[in-house]
Ligand binder design. Structure first.
Ligand SMILES: [Zn+2]
Length: 99
């Protein structure tokens, strides 16, 4: 369990100095079904390409266990200028909360 405080003091690239930041979780919007990468994947699934799509999931993971933790992106909103930015390194944790 990783607890992250609601406000932290980090460097703001817009103000170019350390400021108090509001912490939010950066969530992805719903992926569009008509995007090129989606259409490409769909084409591969329908036609098949090499050994894709994989039938056996253990073949894909090559015998390794799937990790239970996920990478989570944060969104830091500067209290001074109101602009938000994303830190370079995401957090890897199975459970995570902003308090
Ligand atoms: Zn700022």
């Amino acid at each position: 369990m990783v607890n992250i405080p609601k406000t932290i003091r980090r460097h703001c690239p817009h103000c170019n100095s350390h400021q108090e930041m509001r912490v939010k979780e950066d969530t992805k919007g719903r992926a569009s079904a008509m995007k090129k990468k989606h259409r490409k994947r769909q084409r591969k699934i329908e036609k098949g390409y090499g050994s894709f799509p994989y039938e056996d999931p253990s073949h894909r993971s090559r015998g390794r266990k799937n990790p239970t933790s996920e990478k989570k992106d944060l969104k830091l909103e500067c209290k001074e200028c109101g602009k938000a930015h994303k830190p370079r390194k995401p957090i890897r944790a199975a459970k995570f909360s902003i308090e």
